[in-house]
Design a protein around this ligand. Sequence first.
Ligand SMILES: Cc1cc2nc3c(=O)[nH]c(=O)nc-3n(C[C@H](O)[C@H](O)[C@H](O)COP(=O)(O)OP(=O)(O)OC[C@H]3O[C@@H](n4cnc5c(N)ncnc54)[C@H](O)[C@@H]3O)c2cc1C
Length: 628
Amino acid sequence: MGNFFRDNDDLRFYFERWFDWDPIVRLTEVDYAMEGGFASLEEAREFYGDIVEMVGEFAADAIAPKWEQIERQHIELKDGEVVFPPVLSGIFDELASLGVHGLCVPRELGGMNAPLLVYMTNAEMFARADVGVMTHISFHCGIAMAMLVYSAKEGTTKIDAESRAFISTRFEEPIREIVEGRAWGSMDITEPDAGSDMAALRTRAVQDADGNWRITGQKIFITSGNAKYHIVIARSEPGDLGLDGLSLFLVKLYDEAPDGTKTWHGTISRVEEKLGHKSSPTCAIDFEDTPAHLLGRRGEGFRGMLLLMNNARIGVAFEAIGIAEAAYRLAKDYAVQRRSMGKTIDRHEMIAEALREMRTDIQALRAVTMHATYYEELAQKTSIALELGYTSDPDRVAQMTRDLKRYKWEARRVTPLIKYFGGEKAVEIARRGVQIHGGVGYTKDYQAEKLLRDAMVLPIYEGTSQIQSLMAMKDTLMGIIADPAGFAKRLAKTQWRALSAKDPLERRAANVELTALKAQSWLLSRTAAAKVGSVARRPPSDWAGELKKEWDPKRDFSLAMLHAERLTRLLFDAAACELLWGQSARFPERREVLERWLERAEPRSRAMYDELTTTGAALLAELERAEA
Ligand SMILES: Cc1cc2nc3c(=O)[nH]c(=O)nc-3n(C[C@H](O)[C@H](O)[C@H](O)COP(=O)(O)OP(=O)(O)OC[C@H]3O[C@@H](n4cnc5c(N)ncnc54)[C@H](O)[C@@H]3O)c2cc1C
């Protein structure tokens, strides 16, 4: 019997040794005071351990071996309904019976009240088995939790002040249906003329005289679009307000009578035939005067959608780790038995190096992704605890409010980096997997080509790699503009660590971080010089007042936009150094991982800095002429 948790030491390191579970469990179990909840950290951790062991075994034994059947049996659209082939119905039925759909949902609503960290650990293992299965099931728990959070934020969820248990929530019925595996959920953003550019969304929401909302428009590429419950973003405000004209809605695509007869409120017009992700239905949906329920406040749809998208982006990074882990292990197993020129190919230098780098990239990605998840969970749970008034102690509320700011910033800093690096690396690692297999890698007899096809969409959905880079670049540069003195301090501190830290490994890690900071400084000084000539030849610490002008990233950041992907790679290399050094300082056995990472990250970041600071002028001039 296989087990994708047991067989993975690096994954287990986080779960069993690295995380400080206490703050997460305290927030999840409301200081261990919940009725029917865990009385201690140990009890909670034991339960989480049981869950990941169970999922690890299920993923290894009941999903992964079925990859050929999954590839051959197709999801179809028949008489307006999505029909799953027997292999998938079997897997999804078994998953429902394991209770994973309600993993993070509170017990009072039928769930297990487990943390996001457990959910995402499972996500990696499911993705290693089959990423399409993972994306399809992730829209269960994710949508149920989103409904609960939206309801808490709009004040339609009530908790008991004594026991802190849920008394009622506006979406109890759909949440219970999802938890019990009787309904699915989906997130509907993309339209034929609006993908990355959400300001171009056209689906309309109109309110009648009685206050009821109706939606008209087409959404495309919707994962699990066969779902009963759709969270839809639509234009509700008159005029051209861009992102501020959007609101979020809960839309029921159909009602189901006890005999199973369905009454449709929208139409599934298409199920995409895709390169990969064969086990996940990707649908086009037409809404025509479809009844809808406003979620949160009018005009705040974009902000509301970000909540779902943050989790989804972290989820994609775990998809990437899962695919990359599968590709690496497959390639390694093949390489140790395939002989060429007198020895097995894993002994040939170039293949040995490729395998080593694949493994190292996966470990670095996991380090930053686990960190992102930890802070995203702290941010979400602290925010909900404050909304629902879990504590009335003013000092604690003040402390939680301060913590929330820090948690949010940390999650926001690293999330675009993992989505970017994860998507790009999953493709690169899966492609290397095909290469290591030689000719058979290009056939359907081996899973290597399936993994590559599955990986190809990761840099596209949930915000493309380019959009992630733009987000990382804008946050980074605007952060420096808001606090140039803070940036100067960070630069000086990192410079000092790179020169004087006692441990040579820390000096090397700090040097990579320094290169990323220098790239930021270079980009900002060039960008600022074009706008505020006076700062051109002065260090960031002197910029303070002069930079407090109005910035328009679209107009002012063309150089930084050109180099956004390069900057994002540098930021990722630096973040991985920072986190792997933190691990090495506490666990000496992690030094070896950092050493392997530095071996590639040091020369790579120097080359990237060089490229960033020397290329692009001619292209920018060309683009400027074309605009004129
Ligand atoms: C399998 C699959 C599942 C999906 N699931 C969902 C789902 O569940 N829900 C949902 O709403 N959507 C879903 N999508 C849609 C997906 O999120 C979009 O395809 C994605 O956001 C990109 O939008 P687009 O296809 O319109 O490409 P475009 O936005 O047209 O982008 C085309 C290219 O231009 C680049 N580009 C665009 N703007 C810029 C810019 N300013 N600077 C630099 N480069 C830029 C992009 O990076 C990309 O390379 C799914 C897609 C697929 C393939």
